[in-house]
Design a protein around this ligand. Structure first.
Ligand code: PLP
Length: 491
């Protein structure tokens, strides 16, 4: 493809994308294809001869697009949203055009410096304490996902704990090594039973134990100081070493918010234990001042992560991880072979983000964040959050107004409503009926939503964070859910 062919293909692709979004509401949200459909449509070997872009584009349209789930459709009510916006797509386009695995500052100074700047902007807009900004000892770094962020912090936490809580008690190197080796097998990470599975997975990867602390409906499924104190004591009585805790601002199933202040107080005698906040989805709401009260207690925490790629108009991937002390990341993750050394890095005046993450190479992800921030401004981004939240509240009210058909399982928060379908007779359980309704809705493919289990209750989750969500669409979605629920209740 020469430059002029690229120009033509790129213009046509942009037209395709614009037309796609103009017709998004008319598309069936979930695909009809069956597993393995694509293997039957594509050749078993790569093409021997070059093919024309026109042919490739045709196949993209006829073979790939039919196998897509339309996450931006207003009928996509599942999981958490995965926002896309036009400036963000442009950021990806430029990022691809100037692609560089910019692991060190010198690999493309703008890639590093823009990242530091936009993450500071975001931290300020969210009301994070100044310790998380880059002009002190802390700072932010873009990770690929919240899962990657928690693994990264857990590795830093493990190193810090072994060095500061274990090895520092000994004088000789041999004693230090022996004590570290003995402690490794006793390290334990904590989270609540509502915490996203990424913390458990991080523990698996880091080779440490994991304990999920039970939460209760009377606490709105939040992790409390008392439960944590009990769990810490029990673990220590069993000879374990609590080195890491994830607290959540908005859990996956129900958007529970853990009690950060109580947690901070419960952990005051655990200075070496790393405290991480996972705000993957709900953190986006913090750009509006009226939600910043959720940050009370953040001063007790070592790190904070939120995904702009869920609800903040930046397309996947853009997980924004902040640490209070960046040296814990770099102490744990910095290895500098001779071929990575350079004058700028040696001067200590620049950031080399490779030392803040697991991979070496990294994409130019800050560009799309910068484009979104400048195109929308703080006002436009807040408007998006408030608009989609308003749509969520509208849906919650509809659900609550049919209390003989639906029961809300957890307090609706951040645009998420979690409910069960109430049986009309004693022969059927709410769990069975809710599962039937959820399965039927997803099989009919008019809407796409998630069923999950909270405290033994099978629930339907509905969340409305797409920039393409509307009150009209969510009202129609409600009417559809109501009709199917009524039909299933009468069977
Ligand atoms: N934390 C929470 C609360 C989530 O809801 C999710 C995913 O939905 C994650 C973490 C994992 O996010 P990621 O896909 O960025 O790893």
């Amino acid at each position: 493809m020469d430059p002029e062919e690229y120009r033509r293909a790129a213009y046509a692709s942009i037209d395709y994308i614009v037309d796609y979004y103009k017709t998004i509401t008319e598309r069936q949200v979930v695909s009809d294809v069956k597993p393995g459909y694509l293997r039957r449509l594509l050749p078993s070997e790569m093409p021997e001869e070059p093919e024309s872009w026109d042919d490739i584009q045709k196949d993209f349209d006829s073979k790939i697009v039919p196998g897509l789930t339309h996450w931006q459709s207003p009928n996509f009510l599942a999981f958490f949203p995965a926002n896309i916006s036009f400036p963000s797509i442009l950021g990806e386009l430029y990022s691809a055009a100037f692609s560089a695995p910019a692991f060190n500052w010198i690999c493309s100074p703008a890639v590093t410096e823009l990242e530091t700047i936009v993450l500071d902007w975001l931290a300020k807009q969210m009301g994070l304490p100044s310790e998380f900004l880059s002009d002190g000892e802390g700072g932010g770094v873009i990770q690929g996902s919240a899962s990657e962020a928690v693994v990264t912090t857990m590795v830093a936490a493990r190193d810090r704990y072994l060095r500061d809580a274990i090895a520092s008690k000994y004088l000789t190197e041999e004693e230090k090594e022996a004590s570290i080796a003995a402690a490794r097998g006793k390290l334990v990470a904590f989270a609540s039973d509502q915490t996203h599975s990424s913390t458990q997975k991080a523990a698996l990867i880091a080779g440490v134990k994991f304990i999920a602390i039970k939460t209760y409906p009377e606490d709105d499924y939040a992790l409390t100081g008392d439960s944590l104190t009990k769990a810490l004591k029990e673990a220590e009585d069993n000879g374990l070493l609590p080195f890491f805790l994830t607290a959540s601002l908005g859990t996956t199933a129900i958007c529970a918010v853990d009690k950060f202040v109580e947690i901070g107080k419960a952990m005051k005698d655990y200075p070496h234990t790393w405290k991480h906040i996972d705000a993957a989805y709900s953190g986006a709401a913090l750009i509006c001042p009226e939600f910043q009260h959720y940050l009370a207690g953040v001063e007790f925490f070592d790190s904070f992560d939120m995904n702009m790629h869920k609800w903040l108009l930046v397309n996947f991937d853009a997980s924004c991880l902040y640490v209070r002390k960046r040296r814990y990341l770099t102490d744990a993750l910095s290895i500098t072979p001779s071929y990575l050394r350079n004058e700028a890095s040696d001067s200590g005046l620049v950031i080399d983000y490779r030392d803040w993450q697991i991979p070496l190479g990294r994409r130019f992800r800050s560009l799309k964040i910068w484009f979104v921030m400048r195109t929308y401004g703080a006002k436009g981004m807040q408007e998006h959050i408030r608009k989609t939240l308003g749509i969520g509240v509208h849906f919650t009210k509809l659900i609550q107004s049919f209390s003989h058909v639906f029961s809300v399982v957890a307090p609706p928060r951040f645009g998420l409503t979690v409910f069960q379908v109430v049986p009309s007779n004693s022969e059927e359980t709410a769990n069975d009926l809710t599962r039937k309704v959820a399965d039927r809705i997803n099989n009919e493919k008019v809407l796409f939503l998630t069923a999950s289990t909270v405290d033994g209750k099978t629930c339907i989750r509905v969340v409305t964070g797409s920039p393409w969500a509307t009150v009209k669409a969510v009202t129609e979605a409600f009417e559809y859910i109501l009709r199917l629920s009524e039909e299933e209740r009468q069977k």
